[in-house]
Design a protein. Structure first.
Lengths: 458, 160
């Protein structure tokens, strides 16, 4: 069942149920009340009738009769009975004689009051003592209220009910359809979007309701999918390019060498070149493998408690050996006083690799201009800033810097494969840290790395 | 002896550099730091009825600013014995003087070249401090004017 029909059906059922309950309630309670009222009227009439028939208040008997004739409206088919109970005549005989129901007489004898209904004829009566004799005064009449008013009310309720049911059904169907219009529209739009036109986006309605939220969520999702698509495309083209370059070089060198006979020195030279290219190829595949390993979450890495400033110094020593011209300056002006605030859970080798990659990049792309490293700690994080004065990254390429093999457009003059930063990011992610790169072309790049503090038992 | 120092801020990370350099310069005694932010009082009666400085300050503290403050507290764990952020609404020299007297402030530090970025409803205390007092201390630090972007960044605290 569609949600639309579900909503319509439940609305209709609920409304009709409530309405039914309401109508039946009104009818039932009014019905009850009207009987009670009518019986009371009959009893009063029986009382008054007995009083003037038996002349109980002899002085006022005539007055009673007058009042009754003048003020009490004659009921429909009203009949009066005054029965004198004689011990020798049984109740059954009395009942057949006056055409009265036996149960009424029995109830009257027993309780002093009795009520009875036969079809639309109602009986009400009282028992009274006068001059040592027992009398039953009974009045019977047709209830006009029951026969007319209640039927009228029932008809009104029934027609009203039918009318409201029709309106409710119509409104429920209309609203349930109308409410789902934007969603239907959205579904149609999303259906149009495929891999060929993934740049299409949904229109986000102006008003800030759930529908617009849904649309923007869809758009965000599409953005991410598009980026992922792009990344994959980039990766394949870049990877094949990176892998093909050394292979082409090897083949070219070998081909040229084989054209004619050459001196042994020439062969040596060619073979040396081949070895260099093969080494390059080897390095690329190795780093690719490493990237794949760090990106794979299922593998558990061994963590130990490390002081981040020590790791920085070690990495700096490493880079000093490889590239003695570097100008890395470690700024300790915001180093926390409490060394516990520098301790993180980490894997030393992986952190070395990540930080060395980032610091090396900073040195490489700034032609060994000064690179500053700042360390600080907030309540639950160790913060690391690495700033260089290098060539920076063009703003429109910042989104792709974590793609493997991606290299910014201004890096043609520098050697590299574009694996370092994605690798570093994977490693930092493994440590539950965050990596944030902000940059401006030609003015420098700054990298912010946050690591969560290790929870030490005090 | 504990010193009470007053520093005007604009709830941006960069303005905390005043505090950083002021404490770096100091002798290493514990300080009671009062950061002060000046803005005009609302003139709507409901705002005044429900005026609570705590929630006002809390609404102005950005995550970046909070982090920067934590970094500074960690760095100067001993020197910052106490740190309060206060709102100031009285744009008059007398009001400021009274504030300084009431809080028994020993020193006022203001940025020399950095301009507090105050929104429309707030006002710059630095110029009022300059007019009111003679014994304030000015702090200056290298600023990167090229990227004075609108966005606040924790990075602005980490400069040399």
């Amino acid at each position: 069942m569609k949600t639309q029909t579900k909503i319509a059906v439940s609305l209709v059922v609920f409304n009709i149920g409530l309405l039914l309950l309401f109508g039946i309630g009104i009818y039932f309670f009014l019905n009850e009340y009207s009987y009670v009222d009518f019986y009371k009227r009959l009893e009063t009439r029986a009382n008054i009738g007995a009083r003037y028939n038996l002349k109980i208040d002899s002085a006022n008997a005539e007055g009673f009769k007058k009042i009754r004739e003048q003020h009490l409206e004659k009921l429909e088919a009203e009949k009066e009975y005054l029965i004198r109970i004689i011990p020798t005549v049984s109740l059954e005989e009395q009942a057949t004689k006056y055409h009265l129901p036996l149960s009424l007489l029995q109830a009257l004898m027993k309780d002093g009051r009795g009520r009875h209904q036969e079809g639309s004829t109602f009986y009400g009566g009282i028992k009274l003592q006068h001059n040592n004799a027992t009398y039953l005064s009974i009045v019977s009449a047709n209830s006009r209220f029951v026969s007319h008013h209640l039927t009228f009310l029932r008809n009104i309720l029934l027609w009203g009910f039918l009318f409201i049911v029709v309106v409710t059904v119509y409104l429920s169907i209309y609203f349930s359809k109308h409410f789902f219009d934007p969603i239907k529209e959205m579904i149609d739009k999303v259906k149009q979007i495929s891999t060929e036109n993934i740049h299409l986006r949904l229109k986000e309605p102006e008003n800030n309701n759930e529908i617009s939220e849904l649309a923007s969520t869809f758009n965000d999702l599409l953005n991410r999918i598009e980026t992922a698509f792009e990344t994959q495309k980039n990766f394949i083209s870049n990877a094949s390019h990176e892998l093909a370059t050394p292979l082409t070089a090897i083949m070219g060198e070998a081909d040229v060498a084989l054209i004619k006979e050459r001196k042994p020195e020439d062969y040596q030279k060619v073979l040396q070149n081949v070895v260099i290219q093969a080494e390059r190829l080897n390095q690329i595949t190795k780093s690719l493998l490493f990237l794949a390993q760090t990106g794979y979450k299922g593998k558990k890495i061994v963590l130990e408690i490390l002081r981040l400033d020590e790791v920085i110094w070690e990495v700096k020593g490493l880079i000093d050996r490889l590239n003695p011209e570097n100008k890395i300056q470690v700024d300790l002006s915001l180093l926390p006083e409490d060394p516990k605030k520098l301790k993180i859970n980490g894997n030393k080798q992986l952190l070395h690799l990540a930080l060395a990659n980032i610091l090396n990049n900073a040195c490489k792309y700034s032609h060994n201009k000064p690179v500053s490293v700042h360390i600080g700690a907030s309540q639950d994080q160790v913060l690391l800033f690495i700033k260089d004065q290098g060539i920076g990254i063009p703003e429109n390429e910042l989104a792709f810097i974590y793609d493997p093999f991606f290299r910014a457009s201004n890096t043609r003059l520098f050697e590299g494969y574009g694996i370092g930063l994605p690798l570093a990011r994977n490693i930092i992610k493994l440590h539950n840290g965050t990596l944030l790169v902000t940059s401006k072309a030609n003015s420098g790049t700054s990298v912010q790395i946050n690591f969560p503090l290790a929870k030490l038992i005090k | 002896m504990q010193k009470t120092i007053l520093i005007p801020i604009d709830f941006r990370v960069a303005s905390l550099n005043t505090l950083k350099y002021a404490l770096e310069r100091s002798s290493g005694n514990p300080h009671h730091v009062i950061l002060i932010y000046a803005e005009y009082l609302e003139d709507s009666i409901t705002e005044l009825l429900f005026y609570r400085p705590e929630s006002k300050i809390a609404s102005k503290i950005t995550p970046e600013f909070k982090n920067a403050l934590e970094v500074l507290r960690n760095r100067f764990e001993y020197q910052i014995a106490d740190l309060d952020i206060k709102l100031f609404h009285n744009r008059s020299r007398r009001g400021l003087r009274r504030f300084v007297e009431n809080h028994q402030i020993d020193a006022i530090y203001i940025p020399q070249t950095y301009r507090l970025k105050m929104p429309k409803k707030a006002f710059d205390l630095v110029s009022i401090i300059r007019q009111t007092f003679v014994d304030y201390q000015e702090i200056d630090w290298p600023q990167d004017h090229s990227d004075a972007s609108e966005k606040d960044h924790l990075e602005y605290l980490f400069n040399q």
